[in-house]
Design a protein around this ligand. Structure first.
Ligand code: ASP
Ligand code: MG
Length: 447
Protein backbone atom coordinates (compact mmCIF):
# COMPACT_ATOMS: atom_id res chain seq x y z
CA UNK A 1 0.00 0.00 0.00
CA UNK A 2 0.92 3.67 -0.27
CA UNK A 3 -0.15 6.80 1.59
CA UNK A 4 -1.08 9.93 -0.37
CA UNK A 5 -1.40 13.20 1.50
CA UNK A 6 -2.92 16.32 -0.02
CA UNK A 7 -2.41 19.68 1.65
CA UNK A 8 -4.86 22.57 1.94
CA UNK A 9 -4.04 24.15 -1.41
CA UNK A 10 -4.40 20.77 -3.15
CA UNK A 11 -8.01 20.53 -1.94
CA UNK A 12 -8.78 24.26 -1.94
CA UNK A 13 -12.04 23.98 -3.92
CA UNK A 14 -14.16 21.64 -6.03
CA UNK A 15 -11.88 22.01 -9.03
CA UNK A 16 -8.81 21.00 -7.00
CA UNK A 17 -10.64 17.99 -5.50
CA UNK A 18 -11.37 16.85 -9.07
CA UNK A 19 -7.63 16.95 -9.77
CA UNK A 20 -6.96 14.92 -6.64
CA UNK A 21 -9.36 12.24 -7.89
CA UNK A 22 -7.47 12.13 -11.22
CA UNK A 23 -4.16 11.70 -9.40
CA UNK A 24 -5.54 9.04 -7.06
CA UNK A 25 -7.02 7.07 -9.98
CA UNK A 26 -3.54 6.56 -11.40
CA UNK A 27 -2.43 4.91 -8.17
CA UNK A 28 -5.43 2.74 -7.27
CA UNK A 29 -3.51 -0.46 -7.98
CA UNK A 30 -1.06 0.42 -5.22
CA UNK A 31 -3.84 0.39 -2.57
CA UNK A 32 -3.65 4.01 -1.45
CA UNK A 33 -4.72 5.50 1.85
CA UNK A 34 -5.53 9.21 1.61
CA UNK A 35 -4.79 11.86 4.21
CA UNK A 36 -6.29 15.29 3.68
CA UNK A 37 -5.83 18.74 5.17
CA UNK A 38 -8.63 21.22 5.61
CA UNK A 39 -9.70 22.93 2.37
CA UNK A 40 -7.60 25.99 1.51
CA UNK A 41 -7.15 28.29 4.49
CA UNK A 42 -10.05 26.85 6.48
CA UNK A 43 -7.93 26.31 9.61
CA UNK A 44 -7.06 30.03 9.68
CA UNK A 45 -10.66 30.95 8.97
CA UNK A 46 -11.86 28.85 11.89
CA UNK A 47 -9.44 30.62 14.20
CA UNK A 48 -10.55 33.99 12.81
CA UNK A 49 -14.20 33.10 13.40
CA UNK A 50 -13.42 32.36 17.06
CA UNK A 51 -11.47 35.57 17.37
CA UNK A 52 -14.40 37.51 16.01
CA UNK A 53 -16.82 35.73 18.33
CA UNK A 54 -14.66 36.75 21.29
CA UNK A 55 -13.87 40.32 20.18
CA UNK A 56 -17.22 41.38 18.73
CA UNK A 57 -19.71 38.74 19.84
CA UNK A 58 -20.55 38.02 16.20
CA UNK A 59 -21.12 34.30 15.70
CA UNK A 60 -20.74 33.32 12.08
CA UNK A 61 -19.53 30.24 10.24
CA UNK A 62 -20.74 31.62 6.91
CA UNK A 63 -17.35 31.80 5.23
CA UNK A 64 -16.52 28.21 6.16
CA UNK A 65 -20.00 26.91 5.31
CA UNK A 66 -19.93 28.85 2.03
CA UNK A 67 -16.64 27.33 0.83
CA UNK A 68 -17.76 23.77 1.53
CA UNK A 69 -21.27 24.12 0.13
CA UNK A 70 -19.84 25.71 -3.00
CA UNK A 71 -17.46 22.75 -3.40
CA UNK A 72 -20.40 20.33 -3.19
CA UNK A 73 -22.06 22.29 -5.99
CA UNK A 74 -18.88 22.58 -8.06
CA UNK A 75 -18.40 18.84 -7.83
CA UNK A 76 -21.98 18.24 -8.94
CA UNK A 77 -22.61 16.11 -5.88
CA UNK A 78 -26.01 14.89 -4.81
CA UNK A 79 -27.54 17.57 -2.53
CA UNK A 80 -27.88 14.81 0.08
CA UNK A 81 -24.12 15.24 0.71
CA UNK A 82 -25.02 18.57 2.23
CA UNK A 83 -26.91 16.57 4.80
CA UNK A 84 -23.60 14.88 5.74
CA UNK A 85 -21.87 18.13 6.54
CA UNK A 86 -24.80 20.16 7.89
CA UNK A 87 -24.61 18.56 11.38
CA UNK A 88 -20.92 19.49 11.55
CA UNK A 89 -21.63 23.07 10.52
CA UNK A 90 -24.38 23.24 13.14
CA UNK A 91 -22.01 21.90 15.80
CA UNK A 92 -19.45 24.49 14.72
CA UNK A 93 -21.98 27.33 15.05
CA UNK A 94 -22.90 26.13 18.53
CA UNK A 95 -19.25 26.00 19.50
CA UNK A 96 -18.69 29.55 18.21
CA UNK A 97 -21.71 30.68 20.20
CA UNK A 98 -20.20 29.09 23.32
CA UNK A 99 -16.86 30.77 22.63
CA UNK A 100 -18.59 34.14 22.19
CA UNK A 101 -20.24 33.72 25.58
CA UNK A 102 -17.21 32.50 27.50
CA UNK A 103 -14.98 34.96 25.62
CA UNK A 104 -11.95 32.73 25.75
CA UNK A 105 -10.34 30.05 23.68
CA UNK A 106 -8.50 27.45 25.73
CA UNK A 107 -6.10 24.99 24.11
CA UNK A 108 -8.71 22.29 24.43
CA UNK A 109 -11.44 24.35 22.76
CA UNK A 110 -9.08 25.52 20.05
CA UNK A 111 -8.24 21.96 19.00
CA UNK A 112 -11.94 21.09 18.93
CA UNK A 113 -12.58 24.22 16.84
CA UNK A 114 -9.91 23.64 14.19
CA UNK A 115 -10.83 19.95 13.85
CA UNK A 116 -13.87 20.95 11.79
CA UNK A 117 -11.71 21.84 8.79
CA UNK A 118 -10.36 18.34 8.22
CA UNK A 119 -13.65 16.69 9.21
CA UNK A 120 -15.45 18.65 6.50
CA UNK A 121 -12.85 18.17 3.78
CA UNK A 122 -12.69 14.37 4.00
CA UNK A 123 -16.47 14.03 3.82
CA UNK A 124 -16.76 16.09 0.67
CA UNK A 125 -13.76 14.48 -1.02
CA UNK A 126 -14.93 10.94 -0.21
CA UNK A 127 -18.43 11.71 -1.51
CA UNK A 128 -16.89 12.88 -4.76
CA UNK A 129 -14.64 9.83 -5.10
CA UNK A 130 -17.65 7.56 -4.68
CA UNK A 131 -19.52 9.63 -7.27
CA UNK A 132 -16.72 9.01 -9.79
CA UNK A 133 -16.61 5.27 -9.00
CA UNK A 134 -13.67 5.23 -6.62
CA UNK A 135 -15.06 3.34 -3.61
CA UNK A 136 -14.00 5.53 -0.69
CA UNK A 137 -14.73 5.97 3.00
CA UNK A 138 -14.36 9.25 4.92
CA UNK A 139 -12.77 8.59 8.30
CA UNK A 140 -12.04 10.78 11.28
CA UNK A 141 -8.52 10.10 12.50
CA UNK A 142 -9.78 8.49 15.72
CA UNK A 143 -11.70 5.93 13.67
CA UNK A 144 -8.43 5.15 11.92
CA UNK A 145 -6.60 4.47 15.21
CA UNK A 146 -5.19 7.89 16.14
CA UNK A 147 -5.23 8.00 19.94
CA UNK A 148 -3.05 10.73 21.44
CA UNK A 149 -2.00 12.20 24.75
CA UNK A 150 -3.80 15.35 25.96
CA UNK A 151 -1.19 17.92 24.93
CA UNK A 152 -3.51 20.20 23.03
CA UNK A 153 -1.97 21.81 19.91
CA UNK A 154 0.98 19.45 19.99
CA UNK A 155 -0.38 16.03 20.83
CA UNK A 156 1.75 12.92 20.42
CA UNK A 157 0.21 9.58 19.54
CA UNK A 158 0.04 6.88 22.17
CA UNK A 159 1.95 3.68 21.47
CA UNK A 160 -1.19 1.64 20.97
CA UNK A 161 -2.01 3.72 17.89
CA UNK A 162 0.81 2.08 15.98
CA UNK A 163 -0.96 -1.30 16.09
CA UNK A 164 -4.45 0.10 15.75
CA UNK A 165 -3.79 2.06 12.56
CA UNK A 166 -2.80 -0.90 10.36
CA UNK A 167 -5.44 -3.09 11.99
CA UNK A 168 -8.16 -0.63 10.98
CA UNK A 169 -6.86 0.44 7.58
CA UNK A 170 -5.34 -2.56 5.89
CA UNK A 171 -8.61 -4.58 5.78
CA UNK A 172 -10.18 -1.63 3.94
CA UNK A 173 -7.45 -1.22 1.34
CA UNK A 174 -7.44 -5.01 0.86
CA UNK A 175 -11.13 -4.77 -0.04
CA UNK A 176 -10.39 -2.05 -2.57
CA UNK A 177 -11.82 0.72 -0.39
CA UNK A 178 -9.98 4.04 -0.30
CA UNK A 179 -9.80 5.37 3.27
CA UNK A 180 -9.94 9.19 3.23
CA UNK A 181 -8.59 10.23 6.61
CA UNK A 182 -8.46 13.58 8.39
CA UNK A 183 -4.87 14.74 8.88
CA UNK A 184 -3.83 16.90 11.82
CA UNK A 185 -6.30 15.62 14.43
CA UNK A 186 -6.68 12.81 16.98
CA UNK A 187 -8.54 12.08 20.20
CA UNK A 188 -7.08 11.49 23.62
CA UNK A 189 -8.00 8.62 25.94
CA UNK A 190 -11.01 10.59 27.25
CA UNK A 191 -12.39 11.05 23.76
CA UNK A 192 -11.44 14.73 23.62
CA UNK A 193 -10.26 16.04 20.25
CA UNK A 194 -6.58 17.02 20.01
CA UNK A 195 -4.34 18.25 17.18
CA UNK A 196 -0.77 17.39 16.28
CA UNK A 197 0.10 21.06 15.68
CA UNK A 198 -0.18 23.38 12.67
CA UNK A 199 0.87 21.70 9.46
CA UNK A 200 0.40 18.40 11.29
CA UNK A 201 -1.25 16.46 8.51
CA UNK A 202 2.13 15.70 6.94
CA UNK A 203 2.92 13.93 10.16
CA UNK A 204 -0.42 12.10 10.16
CA UNK A 205 0.54 10.74 6.75
CA UNK A 206 4.05 9.66 7.70
CA UNK A 207 2.69 7.99 10.85
CA UNK A 208 0.18 5.97 8.81
CA UNK A 209 2.86 5.09 6.27
CA UNK A 210 5.30 3.80 8.81
CA UNK A 211 2.65 2.08 10.96
CA UNK A 212 1.32 0.25 7.87
CA UNK A 213 4.82 -0.37 6.46
CA UNK A 214 3.75 1.40 3.30
CA UNK A 215 5.87 1.21 0.20
CA UNK A 216 5.92 5.01 -0.06
CA UNK A 217 4.27 8.16 1.23
CA UNK A 218 3.44 10.83 -1.30
CA UNK A 219 3.07 14.36 -0.02
CA UNK A 220 1.22 16.47 -2.57
CA UNK A 221 1.90 20.20 -2.27
CA UNK A 222 1.77 23.21 -4.56
CA UNK A 223 5.46 23.25 -5.52
CA UNK A 224 7.45 20.91 -7.78
CA UNK A 225 9.33 19.41 -4.84
CA UNK A 226 12.41 20.64 -3.05
CA UNK A 227 13.98 23.29 -5.26
CA UNK A 228 17.65 24.07 -5.76
CA UNK A 229 16.96 27.63 -4.54
CA UNK A 230 14.12 29.94 -3.57
CA UNK A 231 12.33 30.64 -6.89
CA UNK A 232 11.69 34.22 -5.78
CA UNK A 233 15.45 34.78 -5.86
CA UNK A 234 16.39 32.33 -8.60
CA UNK A 235 13.55 32.08 -11.13
CA UNK A 236 15.05 29.03 -12.84
CA UNK A 237 15.53 27.02 -9.66
CA UNK A 238 14.99 23.32 -10.40
CA UNK A 239 13.52 20.50 -8.34
CA UNK A 240 16.07 18.31 -6.61
CA UNK A 241 15.59 14.70 -7.61
CA UNK A 242 16.62 12.98 -4.38
CA UNK A 243 17.74 13.96 -0.89
CA UNK A 244 18.36 12.06 2.30
CA UNK A 245 16.18 12.62 5.37
CA UNK A 246 19.06 14.53 7.00
CA UNK A 247 19.50 16.78 4.01
CA UNK A 248 15.77 17.41 3.83
CA UNK A 249 15.81 18.35 7.52
CA UNK A 250 18.60 20.87 6.90
CA UNK A 251 16.71 22.30 3.95
CA UNK A 252 13.51 22.63 5.95
CA UNK A 253 15.31 24.61 8.62
CA UNK A 254 16.50 26.99 5.93
CA UNK A 255 12.98 27.53 4.67
CA UNK A 256 12.77 25.11 1.76
CA UNK A 257 9.21 24.10 0.84
CA UNK A 258 9.51 20.65 2.23
CA UNK A 259 8.49 18.41 5.07
CA UNK A 260 9.18 19.59 8.58
CA UNK A 261 11.83 17.37 10.22
CA UNK A 262 9.25 16.51 12.85
CA UNK A 263 6.91 15.29 10.11
CA UNK A 264 9.62 13.12 8.57
CA UNK A 265 10.68 11.40 11.76
CA UNK A 266 8.25 8.46 11.57
CA UNK A 267 9.53 7.68 8.06
CA UNK A 268 13.16 8.07 9.08
CA UNK A 269 12.57 5.41 11.71
CA UNK A 270 11.00 2.95 9.33
CA UNK A 271 13.05 3.94 6.26
CA UNK A 272 9.85 4.68 4.30
CA UNK A 273 10.61 6.79 1.21
CA UNK A 274 8.78 10.11 0.93
CA UNK A 275 7.89 11.55 -2.46
CA UNK A 276 7.08 15.28 -2.54
CA UNK A 277 4.91 16.09 -5.55
CA UNK A 278 3.01 19.05 -6.99
CA UNK A 279 -0.75 18.53 -7.37
CA UNK A 280 -0.84 21.57 -9.66
CA UNK A 281 1.79 19.99 -11.91
CA UNK A 282 1.62 16.22 -11.47
CA UNK A 283 3.92 15.60 -14.46
CA UNK A 284 6.89 17.11 -12.59
CA UNK A 285 8.97 14.29 -11.12
CA UNK A 286 8.99 15.70 -7.60
CA UNK A 287 11.62 15.09 -4.96
CA UNK A 288 12.33 11.76 -3.29
CA UNK A 289 13.44 11.75 0.34
CA UNK A 290 15.31 8.54 1.02
CA UNK A 291 17.62 6.90 3.54
CA UNK A 292 20.52 7.40 1.08
CA UNK A 293 20.83 8.93 -2.34
CA UNK A 294 23.97 7.19 -3.61
CA UNK A 295 25.62 10.03 -5.46
CA UNK A 296 22.64 10.63 -7.71
CA UNK A 297 23.31 14.35 -7.80
CA UNK A 298 26.23 16.79 -8.06
CA UNK A 299 28.20 18.09 -5.04
CA UNK A 300 25.54 20.68 -4.17
CA UNK A 301 21.85 20.00 -3.65
CA UNK A 302 20.55 23.45 -2.93
CA UNK A 303 21.53 26.98 -2.02
CA UNK A 304 19.44 28.83 0.53
CA UNK A 305 19.65 32.04 2.48
CA UNK A 306 18.19 33.65 5.55
CA UNK A 307 18.09 37.40 6.03
CA UNK A 308 17.90 39.70 9.05
CA UNK A 309 20.70 38.04 10.88
CA UNK A 310 22.89 39.73 13.47
CA UNK A 311 26.56 38.88 13.85
CA UNK A 312 28.16 39.24 17.27
CA UNK A 313 31.97 39.37 17.38
CA UNK A 314 33.47 38.74 20.80
CA UNK A 315 37.22 39.25 21.06
CA UNK A 316 39.41 38.79 24.09
CA UNK A 317 43.10 38.05 24.50
CA UNK A 318 42.08 36.49 27.80
CA UNK A 319 40.72 33.59 25.80
CA UNK A 320 44.22 32.58 24.74
CA UNK A 321 45.19 29.34 26.45
CA UNK A 322 42.35 29.70 28.96
CA UNK A 323 39.47 27.47 29.77
CA UNK A 324 36.00 28.52 30.83
CA UNK A 325 35.87 31.56 28.56
CA UNK A 326 33.31 30.13 26.16
CA UNK A 327 31.27 28.96 29.12
CA UNK A 328 31.19 32.52 30.45
CA UNK A 329 30.15 33.84 27.05
CA UNK A 330 27.39 31.33 26.53
CA UNK A 331 26.01 31.59 30.02
CA UNK A 332 25.37 35.26 29.20
CA UNK A 333 23.47 34.21 26.08
CA UNK A 334 21.51 31.70 28.15
CA UNK A 335 20.75 34.31 30.80
CA UNK A 336 18.96 36.46 28.24
CA UNK A 337 17.35 33.51 26.46
CA UNK A 338 19.14 34.27 23.21
CA UNK A 339 19.41 31.41 20.79
CA UNK A 340 22.53 31.22 18.69
CA UNK A 341 22.59 29.82 15.14
CA UNK A 342 26.07 29.79 13.62
CA UNK A 343 29.32 29.78 15.48
CA UNK A 344 32.99 30.25 14.60
CA UNK A 345 35.95 30.58 16.93
CA UNK A 346 39.62 31.40 16.82
CA UNK A 347 42.21 31.44 19.60
CA UNK A 348 41.14 34.90 20.69
CA UNK A 349 37.63 35.39 19.40
CA UNK A 350 34.24 33.86 19.03
CA UNK A 351 31.66 34.98 16.49
CA UNK A 352 28.04 33.94 16.60
CA UNK A 353 24.95 34.73 14.59
CA UNK A 354 21.42 35.17 15.83
CA UNK A 355 18.05 36.30 14.59
CA UNK A 356 17.63 40.06 14.66
CA UNK A 357 14.66 39.77 17.03
CA UNK A 358 16.55 40.27 20.28
CA UNK A 359 17.42 43.38 22.25
CA UNK A 360 21.15 42.85 22.60
CA UNK A 361 22.07 45.79 24.84
CA UNK A 362 21.93 44.00 28.19
CA UNK A 363 23.90 41.08 26.74
CA UNK A 364 26.53 43.37 25.25
CA UNK A 365 26.91 45.15 28.61
CA UNK A 366 27.51 41.84 30.38
CA UNK A 367 29.94 40.56 27.77
CA UNK A 368 31.86 43.82 27.83
CA UNK A 369 33.13 42.81 31.26
CA UNK A 370 35.11 39.94 29.79
CA UNK A 371 35.68 40.87 26.14
CA UNK A 372 35.29 43.52 23.52
CA UNK A 373 32.04 43.09 21.67
CA UNK A 374 30.96 44.25 18.26
CA UNK A 375 27.38 43.84 17.05
CA UNK A 376 26.84 43.88 13.31
CA UNK A 377 23.27 43.91 12.08
CA UNK A 378 21.91 43.54 8.57
CA UNK A 379 23.66 40.28 7.72
CA UNK A 380 22.45 37.18 5.96
CA UNK A 381 23.36 33.50 6.19
CA UNK A 382 23.92 31.81 2.84
CA UNK A 383 23.85 28.04 3.20
CA UNK A 384 24.94 25.40 0.75
CA UNK A 385 23.51 21.95 1.33
CA UNK A 386 25.72 19.41 -0.32
CA UNK A 387 28.07 16.52 -0.11
CA UNK A 388 30.64 17.46 2.50
CA UNK A 389 33.03 14.80 1.23
CA UNK A 390 33.42 17.28 -1.59
CA UNK A 391 33.59 20.27 0.73
CA UNK A 392 36.98 21.52 -0.53
CA UNK A 393 35.65 21.69 -4.05
CA UNK A 394 32.42 23.32 -2.88
CA UNK A 395 34.34 25.91 -0.86
CA UNK A 396 36.76 26.68 -3.69
CA UNK A 397 34.01 27.18 -6.23
CA UNK A 398 31.87 29.18 -3.79
CA UNK A 399 34.68 31.54 -2.90
CA UNK A 400 35.54 32.01 -6.54
CA UNK A 401 31.97 33.15 -7.03
CA UNK A 402 32.30 35.63 -4.16
CA UNK A 403 35.63 36.90 -5.49
CA UNK A 404 34.10 37.48 -8.91
CA UNK A 405 31.19 39.32 -7.35
CA UNK A 406 33.61 41.26 -5.12
CA UNK A 407 31.59 40.30 -2.05
CA UNK A 408 33.55 39.67 1.15
CA UNK A 409 32.61 36.62 3.18
CA UNK A 410 32.45 37.58 6.84
CA UNK A 411 32.28 34.24 8.59
CA UNK A 412 32.28 30.60 7.56
CA UNK A 413 31.07 27.48 9.27
CA UNK A 414 30.77 23.90 8.21
CA UNK A 415 28.00 22.18 10.13
CA UNK A 416 28.59 19.05 12.14
CA UNK A 417 25.62 17.60 10.28
CA UNK A 418 28.12 17.00 7.48
CA UNK A 419 25.82 18.40 4.88
CA UNK A 420 25.87 22.14 5.38
CA UNK A 421 28.35 24.92 4.70
CA UNK A 422 27.23 28.39 5.69
CA UNK A 423 28.68 31.81 5.38
CA UNK A 424 27.76 35.33 6.30
CA UNK A 425 27.47 38.23 3.89
CA UNK A 426 25.62 41.54 4.04
CA UNK A 427 21.84 41.31 3.73
CA UNK A 428 21.95 43.46 0.63
CA UNK A 429 24.34 41.05 -1.10
CA UNK A 430 22.66 37.77 -0.19
CA UNK A 431 20.47 37.49 -3.30
CA UNK A 432 23.44 38.17 -5.56
CA UNK A 433 25.51 35.48 -3.85
CA UNK A 434 22.68 32.94 -4.03
CA UNK A 435 22.21 33.66 -7.74
CA UNK A 436 25.95 33.40 -8.37
CA UNK A 437 26.23 30.08 -6.52
CA UNK A 438 23.19 28.71 -8.30
CA UNK A 439 24.74 29.61 -11.64
CA UNK A 440 28.00 27.96 -10.62
CA UNK A 441 26.58 24.69 -9.32
CA UNK A 442 23.43 24.19 -11.35
CA UNK A 443 23.27 26.30 -14.46
CA UNK A 444 26.74 25.64 -15.86
CA UNK A 445 25.82 21.97 -15.82
CA UNK A 446 29.29 20.82 -14.75
CA UNK A 447 29.11 18.32 -11.93
N1 ASP B 1 -5.04 22.24 8.43
C1 ASP B 1 -3.95 22.24 9.37
C2 ASP B 1 -3.13 23.51 9.23
O1 ASP B 1 -3.44 24.32 8.37
C3 ASP B 1 -3.07 21.05 9.24
C4 ASP B 1 -2.36 20.91 7.91
O2 ASP B 1 -2.75 21.51 6.93
O3 ASP B 1 -1.38 20.16 7.88
O4 ASP B 1 -2.23 23.71 9.98
MG1 MG C 1 -3.50 24.00 6.02
Amino acid sequence: MIVMKFGGSSVADGERIRHVAEIVKQELKRKPVLVLSAMGDTTDHLLEAADRAIQTGVVSADRIAGLHIKAIQELGLNPAVRGDIEPLLEELRNLLLGISMIKELTGKTKDYLVSFGERLSVRIAAAYFNAVSIPARAMDAWDAGFISDSNFSSAELLKESWDRIPRLLIPLTDQGILPVITGFIAKDGNGTITTLGRGGSDRSATIIASACKAEEVQVWKDVDGILTADPRIVPNAQPVEAVTYEEAAELAYFGAQVLHPWAMRPCMKSGTPVLVKNSYNPKALGTRILPSREGKTGPVLAVTSRQHVTLVDIVSTRMLGQYGFLQAVFSDFAKYGISVDMLATSEVSVSVTLDSIYDLEPLAADLARIASVEIKTGRAIVTIIGDVRRSSEILRRSFEVCVKLDIPVQMVSQGASKVNISFIVNDTQAAEVVKGLHREFFENRKK
